[in-house]
Design a protein around this ligand. Structure first.
Ligand SMILES: Cc1ncc(COP(=O)(O)O)c(C=O)c1O
Length: 429
């Protein structure tokens, strides 16, 4: 894939903020938001990237938000979303104590992912509008780790339980105002039309039992081209048309307008983000050449978790792209991180097989950029090996704003306690 020039100077940002460093280009997020504007509601699945500055940008552009935990509700509130309005919907398969407390306190609409949740809301005295997340009985996805439908998926309410859920909601005095499916057909339009067809069938069943259906949500799952050899971007006009046709059919069934929502995470943020890292070591092990960087799967877990592919560029210490130009000196390399885990490798397949990538020849001190890392990157990072959560920068209006400081060592242990009995330096005989 011809690499576009980075929208930033990697050397300058590495010097200013250190590495590893997350960098997001706000202009890319703004562009993606504008591309899905045909839907009545764009609801950002903040699990993809819940950094406050990203949420604030979404809010500025009229994007609503979903939250899957009380923590995500807290984040939405922090950037000014109004809890208790349609701006923020809670979507989950279970309700934990924190979630129940927040939903009760702020009267947050809930997208219910299991029948038990209806009775549990009622038992907690919570009277909020609900939607039903339906598992249509089939899924999609290259691996079970990302499949969100069918019998082997834990998500959603099985499609034949819609009448029972409507009856339960009625008994408990809750209004069901919508149906939701998140199956993630991506750019597979044949599959997508099956999902939309399943939504129409679900709406027919709904309409036989209640007249409160006002909104259908297509969920998320819009893909982005991570791979060089991937077909072009998803045809969003076609994607919208499949769902709009379904919406119109459903409006015909219900006899009134029905709103159409979409709930993307990855599509809005993935391509805006990159992870800037420093090459710390290059070494040869038998026939294999390793490039070891200062980011690990505690920073970006997608390659270790699902064998996800991220485009990689290598830059000299001055920031120059070593792959630019026609006379680039390449080498087949395995790119790995610093963690004490064999799977801490950025070039691997879904089954964990380590593979090489033809990259410009790197030396210690160079910079290495993992591209398209704005979704499920920082949001999935951890403190494994007691590594600090990396800093984040957002490029906006020609400036690089620090939006998250690198975590301090103090905060790594902030909430831990050592019992008094362990304070003595030695064990008594
Ligand atoms: C209910 C729901 N909606 C939306 C999304 C966002 O998916 P994506 O980032 O693929 O668009 C997810 C992702 O897991 C989800 O579970």
């Amino acid at each position: 894939m011809p690499t576009l020039p980075l929208p930033y100077d990697p050397a300058a940002l590495a010097t200013a903020h250190g590495t590893p460093l997350w960098i997001y280009d706000a202009a890319v997020i703004e562009q993606r938001i504008s591309e899905v504007a045909s839907f009545d509601t764009v609801r950002y699945a903040q699990k993809a990237n819940s950094s406050l500055a990203v949420l604030a940008l979404m809010r500025q552009h009229g994007v609503k938000v979903d939250a899957v935990t009380a923590g995500e509700l807290h984040r939405a509130q922090q950037v000014g979303y109004t809890l208790g309005s349609d701006d923020v919907v809670f979507t989950a398969d279970v309700l934990d104590d924190d979630a129940l407390e927040w939903i009760a306190r702020h009267r947050i609409p809930v997208n219910v992912g299991s029948p038990d949740m209806i009775a549990q809301l009622a038992a907690a005295g919570i009277d909020v509008p609900i939607t039903l997340r339906i598992n249509p009985g089939f899924g999609h996805g290259h691996s079970q780790k990302v499949n969100t439908g069918g019998e082997s998926s834990k998500h959603g309410i099985w499609h034949d339980q819609i009448p029972a859920c409507l009856a339960s909601a009625k008994t408990h005095g809750l209004t069901v105002r919508g149906l939701h499916m998140h199956i993630g057909s991506g750019a597979d339009f044949k599959h997508l039309s099956e999902v939309a067809g399943a939504m129409v069938t679900a709406a027919q069943t709904f309409a036989q039992h209640a007249d409160t259906l006002r909104v259908v949500s297509a969920g998320g799952g819009l893909p982005i081209p991570y791979h060089a050899d991937q077909p072009q971007r998803i045809d969003l006009d076609r994607y919208f048309k499949v769902w709009d046709d379904a919406r119109q059919t459903i409006a015909g069934i219900t006899g009134h307008d029905v709103e159409l929502e979409v709930e993307p995470g990855r599509y809005l943020v993935a391509e805006s983000g990159s992870l800037l890292t420093r090459v710390r070591s290059v070494k040869q092990s038998g026939s294999k050449h390793y490039v070891i960087i200062d980011a690990g799967f505690n920073d970006l877990v997608r390659p270790s978790f699902y064998g996800a592919h991220h485009h990689i560029t290598v830059h000299g210490p001055d920031g120059q792209d070593l792959g630019a130009g026609s006379t680039c000196d390449t080498q087949d390399a395995i790119v790995a991180g610093p963690l004490c885990e064999s799977c801490d490798v950025f070039t691997q397949e879904e089954d964990g097989t380590v593979v090489t990538r033809a990259l410009p020849r790197a030396t210690a001190g160079d910079l290495l950029v993992l591209h398209d890392a704005g979704a499920y990157g920082m949001a999935m990072s951890s403190n494994y090996n007691s590594r600090r959560i990396a800093a984040e920068v957002m490029l906006k209006d020609g400036q690089a704003h620090l939006i998250r400081e690198r975590q301090s060592f103090e905060s790594l242990t902030q909430f831990e306690r050592v019992p008094a009995a362990l304070h003595a330096d030695t064990v008594k005989a």
